[in-house]
Write a protein that binds this ligand. Structure first.
Ligand code: NAD
Length: 413
């Protein structure tokens, strides 16, 4: 399979974007290389699979087309796939592309489209350019590549999908139309435990502390939603000495929260008790006007859910007398009656906000990307064991990865 062309069929500036010249690019690449070094050194599962793939080259003859956040942890995954013989053609997600990482990956011979400043239209052209390169395997995020490949009638060997929303799309709008297997990484229980519960739990608490610099012990926290993320957030808040109450509409999960020792009640009853209220439901308007009306003066509002809609910021701003940014992710909102509330990160995901947001732990991404690497290997070498369309990570892979993770933890890696 020949190297992908560095241009796209629609005649846009992808060719330029994919091949910036010169010293500036080298400088950027060197900066990216330095940042990746620490991350790579703390991803032992990927280091091991890189050694394996170097020997077995499961992706020889394959071109992997990727659309996923272009940041240092993803770069380590791409290095592993490349070591396994894949030719990599990649783009990022809109707005999250890190230019030094793009420069580094290009310096390693990969074809990468996109930059931080790209418009949404340019982002769509970047995704199209990945498909123009005729990938045989897809590493998708939100099912854009899969949908595009189907619409174009491209022949695809198979692939993986990283997200819940992509899985929903594959099983909804695209169900029955996908002639090749796609393994949905987010279906894995390992990911739910390792990432949604423990990594999001840790990073949300770390972020509230870093952004506000407030004390946790003895403070009253309300967590809305006791799914995977909510469980983790409640757990780490309590582990640090916080007093934690949970609001959950699913009675079985509410029962679980009660059995785990939390105060459980409807959000409307807990609102006035909260000093800090954290949403983690994935649903809109959880903190709606009826809740806003009940908040005490100075209550801090933070959201951990994917979309910036869990705190009804439109209603909040509509009732505000004035607002003041106190720091880059802290906004004081004055309400009638002499009350104010503190909104963190404009209601966006709090663990990706503020100065130097860290997001989820390196080890959780090591786990998540090992799921990606071994699932892609299964697609490349064992496609006959898979079925067309969306499917969960094969159970034997989940168990193999759990064993590897346990061994790495026992060895203190
Ligand atoms: N911040 C991050 O880094 C990060 C990482 C992973 C997932 N997420 C996002 O976090 C959100 C939650 O993910 P999850 O894996 O915990 O999902 P989940 O489905 O396991 O849990 C969501 C819970 O919220 C509950 N819920 C729904 N409406 C509610 C309401 N009105 N009041 C109280 N509870 C309600 C549901 O019953 C469910 O138990 C999603 O939007 C997800 O995309 C964020």
């Amino acid at each position: 399979m020949s190297r992908a062309e560095h241009s796209d069929s629609s005649g846009n500036d992808v060719g330029i974007s994919a091949r910036p010249d010169s010293a500036a690019a080298e400088e950027l690449a060197a900066r990216g290389a330095a940042r990746i070094e620490w991350i790579r050194s703390r991803m032992p599962l990927l280091a091991d699979v890189r050694t394996e793939f170097t020997a077995t080259t499961p992706f020889a003859g394959h071109r992997i087309g990727m659309s996923l956040h272009l940041e240092p942890k993803t770069a380590v995954l791409l290095e592993v796939l490349s070591a396994g013989g894949a030719e990599v053609v990649a783009t990022g997600n809109h707005g999250s592309t890190q230019d030094d990482i793009v420069a580094f990956l290009r310096s390693q011979g990969m074809t990468v489209f996109g930059s931080r400043a790209d418009s949404i239209d340019q982002h769509h052209r970047n995704v199209a350019a990945v498909l123009d390169a005729s990938p045989s395997i897809l590493l998708d995020n939100g099912a854009d590549l899969v949908a595009g490949a189907i619409a174009r009638g491209q022949t695809i060997f198979g692939g993986t999908e990283e997200t819940t929303s992509g899985g929903t799309r594959l099983r909804g709008e695209l169900a029955g139309d996908i002639p090749f297997p796609i393994i949905v990484i987010n279906d894995s229980l390992l990911k739910a435990i390792g990432e949604n519960k423990h990594a999001v739990g840790q990073s949300v608490v770390e972020s509230i502390m870093r952004i506000t610099n407030l004390r946790i012990p003895g403070r009253r926290f309300v967590v809305a939603g006791y799914g995977w993320c909510g469980r983790g957030i409640a757990h780490y808040l309590r582990a640090m000495g916080g007093k934690v109450a949970v609001a959950e509409i699913d009675e079985i999960k509410a029962f679980e929260a009660a059995m785990d020792g939390y105060r459980v009640d409807d959000l409307v009853n807990l609102a006035s008790w909260a000093e800090v209220l954290v949403t983690a439901t994935g649903h809109p308007d959880i903190v709606a006007p009826d809740i806003l009306d009940r908040l005490e003066n100075g209550t801090v509002l933070a959201n951990a859910g994917h979309f910036p809609w869990e705190i009804d910021t439109a209603a909040l701003y509509a009732s505000a007398l004035s607002t003041t940014m106190l720091d880059d992710a802290i906004e004081r909102v004055e309400l009638p009656g002499g009350r104010h509330v503190i909104l963190l990160a404009n209601g966006r995901m709090v663990n990706l906000a503020g100065r130097e947001p860290k997001g989820n732990s390196l080890e959780s991404m090591d786990l998540g990307f090992l799921l990606q690497a071994l699932s892609l290997e299964r697609v490349a070498t064992g496609a006959e064991t898979l079925v067309p369309g969306a499917q969960a990570v094969p159970d034997d892979l989940d168990r193999e990865i759990a064993r590897r993770m346990l061994r790495a933890m026992a060895a203190g890696r």
